[in-house]
Structures are given as C-alpha cells and as structure tokens.
Design a protein around this ligand. Structure first.
Ligand code: COA
Ligand code: AMP
Length: 636
C-alpha cells in the first residue's frame, strides 16, 4: 500500500503567515474580476482594513455566467425534495436563464444596486435564484430562516428596510405544511418599514392570498418577463460592496446583521472548496442545511457554484422523510463526494437507526468525506459516523461572522490526523489564540477565550449592517488587536483547538444559534412574570435545549401550569418554533449572588446533572436546592 501523501497544510499555513497579502492575491486568481484590486488589502479602511480595494466584480457572474459559458450543460443544482416527491436537475445554462430573468423582474419592481431584498423562503430552487438574482444586479439580499416567527421577521424588515420581499406560500417541515404568507403579512403589519412589493411563489400545497397592489405572483412575473425577453446583465460592483446581510443572534433580542462583501467572500469560499473540502469542478457537494443559515449561504448557494461544482438543495430531514436512510439515498443517487451537516442530524439518524441498517440499501462507493459544524461534534457521534461510513469525519469550527471555516482539517491539502473532540487547526487567514482576561496567551490545554488576530481574512464580516460601533464594541474592543469569537476553549500541545462553549448567553439548539437573552425578554413581557432566567440544558439529540425558570409576581393566582403553557406559546409566537422552547418551570426564587447576578452557570450544571458546587458569592444557598427539586419534579 502506498504511504499517505504528507499534508501540505503546514507549508500552506506558513506561506500565508509569511505573506498574507501575497497569499490572498494568489488565491484571488480563482475569481474573474472586471477590474483588479488597486490594493489587495488596505489597512486604513473599515474597522480593521478591507480586502480587494478598488476591484470591481460580480458574484453572480462568478457563480453562474462563467460556468454557463464554459460548460453550459453541467449540472449546477440538484433539487431533491422528499417532502414533495420532486427532483429536478438544473444546468448552469438553465440557472443563468432563470437568474437573469428573475433579476430583470426585480429591476422592474424598482430594485437597484444597494437596495435590500428580504428572501423568506423554504428550500426550493427559487430561493437560490432570488439570492443570485440580487447578486446579479448588485442588490443586497437578506435571507430569513423560515422557522422564525412574524415578530423576528419584522425586526429584520425594520433593520434593513427591504424594497422587495420574496417569499413562498408555504414551507414543508417533515409531514407538516407551514403557511408562510400569514407570517409574512403579520410581519409587514408589525414592521414600521414597508416593502414596496412582495413576490410570492405559489406552491401546490397552499395557495396564498395576495394583497392587491403589493403582492405579485412569482410565476406571473417570470412568464411576463420571458414573453418580453427581459433578462438583466451582471452589474459591476465594488469588491467591498455588500453582497448580503444575514441576521444572527446577539446577546440581546435585537439581531445582528452580519455583512458579507462581494470580493473577499468569493476568494475565501473558492479557496475553501478546493483546499478544505477537497472538491473539484464538476463534483457533487452537499451541504444539508438551510439557505436561511450561513452554512446554506456559503455552501449550498455560493461556494460550490464558484468553482463550477454541483450543489444539492435538499428539502427534507435526516429522519422521517421517509426514514433514517434519507441521507444515504441522496448520497448514492446523486454521487455526492462530500456531505456537510450539523452533528445533530447524525445524532437523529443514530437514535433511529443505531446500527445503520438503512445504509445497507445503498452503495456509497464515491463518497469521500463527512464534514460537521455548527455545534460541538461530540466524539460519540464522530466515532459512530466514522465507523458506519468508513470515511474521515471532519469537525470544523466557524461562525456566521466568519462566513467560512476558521479551524478545520484541510482535506484538499491532505488530511491531518483526526482527534475526535477537536476541529483541528486554523485555516490560513486565521491566527487563532486562547487568551486570559488580560489578553495573554494561555499555556497548552488551559481554557480561555478564543480570539483571532486582526485583520480577519477575506470572507469574514467587515462590519454589522449600519452598526459599525456595535461591531467594534461587540467584537474588537475587549481584546485590542483581536476579534473576540465569544467561544471558550483550549489549544493542545499539537496546536489542535478544542471548543468548549460560549462566553455569552448564546446557546446552540440543533445547530441553530439562539439567544437566551432574547427568550428572557419574551418571558419577562408576560404580565404575571416578575423575573426569569433561561439556560441551555444538555439534550442528547439537539445538543442543547432552552429551559426557562420564572418567578411569578406576588398576588398572581392563576395556576402556574397554565402560565407555563402560555410562556411556551409566547416564545413560539414571538421568536418561532426554531427556538424549541418547550420547558418553563415556575420557582419561588432565582439563585443570585449577593450583588444580584443570577447564577445561570450553576443552574445549567444542575439541569445537566453534572457535578456542581455552591458558589462562594451566593446570597442564599437554599435556592439551589429548590431549583434542583423543581427540575426533578418536572422530569418525573
Ligand atoms: N420553517 C418552519 N418551521 C421550522 C423550520 C422552517 N424552515 N425549520 C424548523 N422548523 C420548526 C420545526 O418543525 C420544529 O417545530 P415543532 O416544535 O413544531 O416540532 C421546530 O422548528 C424546531 O426545529 P428543529 O430544531 O429543526 O427540530 P426538529 O425536531 O424538527 O428536527 C433535526 C431535528 C435534528 C432533525 C433537525 O434540526 C436537523 O435536520 N438538523 C440538522 C441540519 C441543520 O439544519 N443544521 C443547521 C445548521 S448547519
Ligand atoms: P453560527 O453563527 O450559527 O454558525 O454559530 C456559531 C457558533 O456555533 C460558534 O461560535 C460556536 O459556539 C458554535 N460552533 C460552530 N461550529 C462548532 C464546532 N465545530 N464545534 C463547537 N462549536 C461550534
């Protein structure tokens, strides 16, 4: 047997470190530019510098048009929807045709360069078409995940003021059809900013009613544009112009609009497809996520297309659509080379089919790698997947903010030894450190805050949408010269990073990032609640699930159980089903320090059933026993 080829990782990372600007100038050659950068990196622009300053380009041209010209018949997208029984293959030429037509539709609705368009859609090809159409005409898309409630959508409308909203009549969640239009109408009613038009894709499962003068039928507009031969060309934008705004949870109920630019995003994502994921043009890549999340933006919509690969758009679940063999079917049927999903999906499959019996029905011969991200990949799940699939299982760590992997195992450069529990090593562009509160490097295997030395590489966020100060205050101030990730962990003696948790109130529920602070805001708004605390409780399927403890106002004589039911409904209504908030527990008091700080950390340990001790600063230790009893009672 041949000895494995040594990884080119160390040399590549060293080359980046020695000459970061030269490294990213070289990587930029994978992209077609209308005019080249006058400065590959300008340290004097933006909060920490900007990439590819002076360059003009178009993201849609790089994702679609250049491939439609070079290999029009190659498959760009495979739409596989077990929930509707639909499969569709879209070539690069067809994708160009659809995107150019829909881009013209948007222009005819008054959308121009820099205007925002909200896309609130399920996993259908039209969601991708809408995003790429925005990119084509220089409009800024903001995709909102379908599992968010009307109020969350309204918050996003009021933050980015979209000229147009593109939506669909419904989404399909497993066996359930979820009407989107009432949520959209509710959000527009709640929002102060009103879009001038909405485009609604009518799906056969639900017919949405359209508001006269504001709402348009997708198919009607497209048919009309086609009849007139209307297509929009790719518009030149600055590399530093925004491509999209994607909202993610912050430490308050107000979401943060992560801005992604055009130039750096293309360079970083194209580099990652080749060097990290090890995918060649024409190969099939599948990110089993949702276009509403950053994974969906980067690795369903953009990155595979940047390199002329084929992307799978899967409208289904890992289990129940129809069985835990769903992923294996898609891999076998479409010749998937690499799958990227969240560990929770594999926990769901493992739970229903622990011996992977369903795997026996499929031939996965061409399948090379499984990538996991979005939450901690627990070693049990990694080892199970490795054993069942017989391929490397690669954990990698990133955030909505980074837009692509910060720490991973670069399969394309040559696999490094996998250590379950660690996402491996930093990617070029990322100088990742673990520091103490004063910003000093921690010794190996000692926990601290995970930070990244500035500047951030291409692809990472330059700022938050119209909140430059919040960006600086939230990410760049605590550790001067560094970007604070709000994750905590350690680095081992081989330079492998381990992510152990967040340093803020963000929790990760089935790979979805949620703010417990946001949930507390909702609970506090209930008229009977005096105070509350929401914690993330360990869950064998979803990683974490929220649990809310509430203290009722004096004199409330309603049954606590009734109030708890109302609280569960309230979070679903205000934040959305994706919050998976199912447990509210009434207690007499919350455990606090003498200075009045709620001891959420200790509450979490009690809820998780791990060893805990009474904090020295606690005001009244008896309260912790009350919390423990309340949890025991509820679990019975
Ligand atoms: N539109 C409307 N509702 C949605 C939705 C959408 N796009 N996505 C999720 N929801 C709803 C679900 O139906 C569920 O509602 P319920 O409380 O009535 O059951 C709720 O939001 C929670 O969803 P989820 O956390 O996804 O739980 P689930 O039990 O439906 O599925 C998994 C669990 C593990 C199967 C699923 O989360 C999964 O496939 N995750 C892996 C892939 C992934 O999406 N990763 C994201 C980042 S990479
Ligand atoms: P999101 O912005 O939704 O991608 O969530 C980012 C957060 O998810 C990170 O800050 C981490 O807390 C967590 N996360 C993402 N990937 C990993 C991983 N591979 N291991 C551990 N945590 C992760």
């Amino acid at each position: 047997m041949d000895a494995p080829t040594p990884s080119r990782y160390a040399a590549t990372y060293a080359a980046w470190k020695a000459d970061p600007v030269g490294f990213w100038a070289e990587a930029a050659k994978a992209i077609d530019w209308f005019t080249p950068a006058t400065k590959v990196f300008d340290p004097d622009q933006g909060a920490y510098g900007r990439w590819y300053v002076g360059a003009t380009c178009n993201t849609c041209h790089n994702a679609v048009d250049r491939h439609a010209a070079d290999h029009p018949d190659r498959t760009a997208v495979i739409y596989d929807s077990p929930v509707t029984g639909t499969k569709r293959t879209i070539s690069y030429a067809e994708l160009k045709d659809e995107v150019a037509t829909f881009a013209a539709v948007l222009q005819d609705l008054g959308v121009g360069k820099g205007d925002r368009v909200i896309v609130y859609m399920p996993m259908v090809p039209e969601a991708m078409v809408a995003m790429l159409a925005c990119a084509r005409i220089g409009a800024v898309h903001s995709v909102v995940f379908g599992g968010f409630a009307a109020k969350e959508l309204a918050t996003r409308i009021d933050d980015c003021h979209p000229k147009v909203i593109v939506s669909a009549s419904c989404g399909i969640e497993g066996a359930r059809v979820i009407a989107y239009k009432p949520l959209l109408d509710g959000a527009i009613d709640l929002a102060l900013s009103k879009p001038s038009a909405c485009v609604i894709l009518q799906r056969p499962q639900v017919e949405a009613s359209l508001v006269a003068g504001r709402d348009h039928d997708w198919q009607g507009l497209v048919t009309h544009a086609k009849a007139r031969g209307r297509q929009a060309d790719c518009v030149a934008v600055a590399a530093t112009d925004p491509l999209y705004v994607l909202y993610t949870s912050g430490t308050t109920g107000k979401p943060k609009g992560v801005v992604r630019d055009n130039g750096g995003h293309m360079v970083a994502l194209a580099w990652s497809m080749t060097n990290l994921y090890g995918i060649a043009p024409g190969e099939v890549f599948w990110a089993a996520s949702d276009v509403g999340w950053v994974v969906g933006h980067s690795y369903i919509v953009y990155a595979p297309l940047f390199i002329g690969a084929t992307s799978i758009l899967y409208e289904g679940k890992p289990v129940g659509t129809p069985d835990p063999g769903a992923y294996w079917r898609v891999i076998a049927e479409h010749g998937v080379k690499a799958l990227f999903t969240a560990p929770t999906a594999f926990r769901a499959i493992k739970k229903e089919d622990p011996n992977a019996e369903h795997l026996k029905r499929y031939a996965l011969a061409g399948f090379r790698t499984l990538f996991l991200a979005g939450e901690r990949a627990d070693p049990d799940t990694v080892l199970w997947a490795e054993k069942m699939l017989g391929v490397p299982v690669i954990d990698h760590w990133w955030q909505t903010e980074s837009g692509w992997c910060m720490v991973g195992n670069p399969v394309g450069l040559g696999l490094l030894p996998v250590k379950p529990g660690s996402p491996t090593v930093p990617m070029p562009g990322y100088d990742v450190r673990v520091v103490d509160e004063a910003g000093h490097d921690m010794p190996a295997r000692t926990m601290g805050s995970i930070v990244v030395r500035l500047p951030l590489p291409p692809g990472a966020l330059p700022t938050l949408w119209q909140q430059d100060d919040r960006f600086k205050d939230g990410y760049l101030t605590q550790f001067p010269g560094f970007y604070s990730t709000s994750d905590a962990g350690f680095i081992d003696e081989d330079g492998y990073l381990y992510i152990m948790g967040r340093t803020d109130d963000i929790i990760n529920v089935a790979g979805h990032r949620l703010s417990t602070g946001g949930m507390e805001e909702v609970l506090s708004a209930h008229p009977d609640v005096a105070e509350c605390a929401v914690i993330g409780m360990a869950d064998s399927l979803k990683g974490e699930v929220p649990c809310g403890f509430v203290v009722l106002k004096a004199g409330v004589n309603k049954e606590p159980a009734e109030i708890e039911r109302e609280l569960v409904a309230l979070v679903r209504d205000k934040i959305g089903p994706v919050a998976a908030f199912k447990l509210a527990i009434t207690v007499q008091r919350l455990p606090k320090t003498r200075s009045g700080k709620i001891l959420r950390g200790t509450m979490k340990k009690i809820a998780d059933g791990v060893e805990w001790s009474v904090p020295a600063t606690i005001d009244d230790p008896a309260v912790l026993a009350e919390i423990e009893d309340a949890l025991k009672l509820r679990r019975r």
